[in-house]
Design a protein. Sequence first.
Length: 148
Amino acid sequence: MRLSAETLLVLADGSKAVFFRNQGFNGQVRLKQLQRFGIENLASHEMGWDRAGRAFAPVGARRSAYEIPDFHEAEEARFLEDIAQAIEGEMSQGQFFKLVIMAPPRALGLLRELLSSDTLDKVSLVLPKDYLNTPISDLEEILTRGLH
């Protein structure tokens, strides 16, 4: 399998994402950055309460704690929803016929839930690892090795 010029490459995690297009010919991988996305995702304790609330039973002395919401995780999920919409937008314009996703397993799972079946049908390669801090030359080599 070869990475064609009509392939959208997405690197993502819960707070950053980068879209690339392959500009190589004859099986070469030459990536050009199209878009970069990012949010500042603070730790949960910096976004909200740091102690669970208490619930008291209407009868007796029983009480229990409410689960503390994970604001950090919720913000990551919201960001990945935006990334899924951006992927859908790119794929619907007709410039890309294949999709490669490189993301950590948790982000990858959320993206799979959020992407349409039409877009998922165009996925040609999935690499469940965080490659966001990998230099472009190393990404090109990884993709060249992974596709042959």
